[in-house]
Write a protein that binds this ligand. Sequence first.
Ligand code: BTN
Length: 242
Amino acid sequence: MYNIINFEQIDSTNNYAKLNLNKILDRTVICADSQSAGRGRFNRKWVDMGRGNLFISLVLKPSCVFEKNYAALTQFTAVILCRIFEEYGVQPEIKWPNDVLIDGKKIAGILSESVIKGSSLQGLIIGIGINLNADKDSLSLVADKKITALNVELLREYEDKKLFLDKFLYGFFSSYDRFLSGGFLCIKDEYSKRCNFLSERICVNLLNKQVKGIAERFTDSGELVLKADNGEIILTAGDILY
Ligand code: BTN
């Protein structure tokens, strides 16, 4: 169903996937025990909080052209993660498009990248960082950001990384084919119900400006519809500031 490549140490699983894309098979999972240069969206760093955390990149090669459904793979991945967190008894929420939070604190992030040459899609890389294990010291190192880890939320010593990974990969690949043909619409309700910011007034950072308005709903392709003073704005990407 999928292949796994494991590394003890790597700069970034997404970088490895990009650099080696032409020799990596479709549905390959790149896993690392530790990452020295993990990347997040908008060139942010993804901090390595230790070996008990998950750093993975999924390499997907569904076709040679970029189909519009692929644009919501980030949202699909967020829903799969939420389902698993809920199995553990915590209540995740999604910050569009790619953050999974618990009680307002980030527990997982997704960095989706596509590699296109000319008009040909070489592959999609879905990078996922999941905070499964942290201690108070490592959380305080990134105290400027509101982050948490599963063991902290569950008041437990250590979460089993292999168990979580197996659950995630099973959840992802058992719904993936259905998602490829159905797109965001397959998960729209599940995604929307976990977005607590809907109906709130929010401010979204775009590449070179900020827009404000009421977060109304998602389109059937996973874009965020914002009701601004001067009409509706449809956002394909962005960073919700508040
Ligand atoms: C974000 O929240 O901005 C996305 C964070 C994604 C981090 C993961 S960790 C595994 C993979 N490799 C990377 O360099 N980044 C992603």
